[in-house]
Design a protein around this ligand. Sequence first.
Ligand SMILES: Nc1nc2c(c(=O)[nH]1)N[C@@H](CNc1ccc(C(=O)N[C@@H](CCC(=O)N[C@@H](CCC(=O)N[C@@H](CCC(=O)O)C(=O)O)C(=O)O)C(=O)O)cc1)CN2
Ligand code: MET
Ligand SMILES: [Zn+2]
Length: 755
Amino acid sequence: MLCEPTGSRQDALDLQIRPEWKELIVTAVSFPGTSTVLGYPRIGPRRELKRALESYWEGAASADDLRAAGAGLREQTWRRLAGLGLAALPSNTFSYYDQVLDTAVALGAVPARYRAGTPEQTYFAMARGTAGLAPLRMTKWFDTNYHYIVPEIGPDTEFGPADPGKALAEVREARALGYETRPVLVGPITFLLLAQGTAPLDRLDDVLGGYAALLAALADEGVDWVQLDEPALVADRTPAELAAVRAAYDRLGALPRRPALLVASYFGDLGEALPALAESPIEGIAVDLVRGEVPRHPALAGKVVVAGVVSGREVWRTDRDRALASLHAIQAGQVVVGTAGSLLHVPYDVEAETGLEPALRDRLAFAEQKVAEVVELAELFASGVRPQRAAVPSRPRESAPVAEREGRSPYPVRAAAQAGRLSLPVLPVTTIGSFPQTGELRAARAQVAAGTLTEADYEALVRGEIEHAIGVQERLGLDVLVHGEPERNDMVQYFAEHLDGFAVTRHGWVQSYGSRCTRPPILHGDVSRPGPITVRWATYAQSLTAKPVKGMLTGPVTITAWSFRRDDLPLREVMYQVADAIRAEVADLEAAGIGIVQVDEPALRELLPLRRADQDAYLAGAVGAYRRATSGAGDSTQIHTHLCYSDADQIAAAIDGLDADVTSVESARSDGRILAESAVGAFTRGLGPGVYDIHSPRVPSVTEVEKLLGAALAVLPAGRVWVNPDCGLKTRTYPQVEAALANLVTAAASARQAL
Ligand SMILES: Nc1nc2c(c(=O)[nH]1)N[C@@H](CNc1ccc(C(=O)N[C@@H](CCC(=O)N[C@@H](CCC(=O)N[C@@H](CCC(=O)O)C(=O)O)C(=O)O)C(=O)O)cc1)CN2
Ligand code: MET
Ligand SMILES: [Zn+2]
């Protein structure tokens, strides 16, 4: 998206070169080549890393097996990038789990309680927990569907010695293959701003000591350039934070022994942070020219600018003229053609998608195609090719605002109608929707696709799974049951497969967290619903039990957010089209006698623009879409929603605006932050703060659940509290789930007694 030039930018343009800048405009340290990417997918073109990790975690493979799989993938990536003609290769963009966690380990920021066992055991304990130890928190990486591990940096955190081992090993590994690389680390400001703890910037000095040690070790290894990723600089930053940016890079720049520094920004425009970086003694700055503007600052004359003209977030082919226009507009010591951010968030290769309609496929570029685009643009730019037409801002065409639909009575009226219809106990126990996805189900879907299993046999298998899930819930004594979503490969892809306007991929995997991946659908046309999608599964489940079964839908914001989407329509209109499809599905569920419908919106927070100035318009559109999807429901139909992250306080008003009767949220993995006074006030209707962290294989004890429930009951009236896990159970196994849910039911019973 293009932004209007801001006043401060215009001023920067008009500035004369001040004397103090003269010394900053040193001769540019040259960058090793005219093309690069800031990062690359690492899960493997066929999810080789996922399989290696999961076998290692299951105990079926050794640490050596896992290391060999990692080395193979790294080699394959470097060879491919070089083979495509890319000039400057990054390293340390591979990770066994997450790059923020890797940086924490490199900085020695390993909380004492995890420091036991082998390095692998420590690493995966932080990421996933152990039988006795909860993992570190995990949350969304900026406005993506990728999750990072939140470093724990408090006022008293003791940093161990810096550990450059992984970065050095990758440099050596690439060198053995004949490649000099540029190691990538998360930069100090982003690292601290993403960390959990009180005023983490207070720890800047300690952290910079760690970076200094890492940089020295890399310099000793003969590394010429290091990339420090600072996406946090494209969000609004306070004057104190901007001062910290200057202090940090002044200090790192002044180190006597270090490689040249490329500070990489992406996901938006640097804005106020540009002068802070440009005026510091670093050698290069990477900018996002897909979402941001051409950077202008006199001190850039002495620096390398890596121009992110190829999107790391979308899958459309790059507009060559627009990219060339941006490249020619940059005034810098050296302009290098690059990607806007890492390619981590797009799939590997469009060529693998033989099932896509050729007309659509021709418009797409995945990671490999994007590398080829970077290389081609670098050649065109070097030979002085100019854009053939004036760049037209790719602004979506505006159309008349669509009226929002309203229909439901105020909450108290609805709550009374629902209480009469549902007669639930106080503290009702429920789940978020999915039950474990068995290997048998996944294999069966693959067989249907391959034509070796009939639809009828698959259908019978799904019905059997529903019976099983209902049986388990009945036996354990849950109050509101779910059918368990066995028919869904993914909560978004499944709907995309049943709606018009979407295409889905076969191999288009993108890492979501750890070994978990999704295949984001491609929303390329007008969206509509050819027919009911979930009704037969929900009614089948309801036919098996006298307890209420909750219908389960994914909301319009989330379906839109977790798809690659068209850019020729405003986001709001796209979301409204999806909302109308979901609205029809809600109506059909209701007509089929389903009394509770959950419309999940875990991505509501995710698409929140990084700049405050853009947030209200987005939230109005997102809330409008949700209400459009749900406001057709009658008063006695209970509408639930589910959001799975803890920083709900930032969008409290919007969550309230959804007007759902019951909201379930992640809470267990984030120590009940949602129950803090600042957040809990947002929930004026039913609330289910998660009491079971489903992202970890460990089973919470009854006491643990009781504690979390007690915390909820201390701040909320019991009549509005629900008992549920943090999120769906699809990534867990049945034994884990049954043990955990039994503990939830027991804890709820004892909490009811105590009321
Ligand atoms: N889109 C999306 N984003 C989300 C979530 C989500 O559920 N969906 N949840 C939050 C957390 N993120 C998550 C992301 C992925 C998964 C997840 O479990 N993904 C599965 C894949 C799901 C899937 O598409 N499964 C397909 C394909 C399964 C498969 O691997 N098939 C094999 C063949 C079958 C076999 O023999 O196993 C193959 O293709 O090779 C299916 O079930 O049909 C995985 O990585 O394992 C969980 C959480 C936030 N973002
Ligand atoms: C990422 S939110 C997941 C909600 C979905 N209903 C599930 O249980 O899997
Ligand atoms: Zn969830």
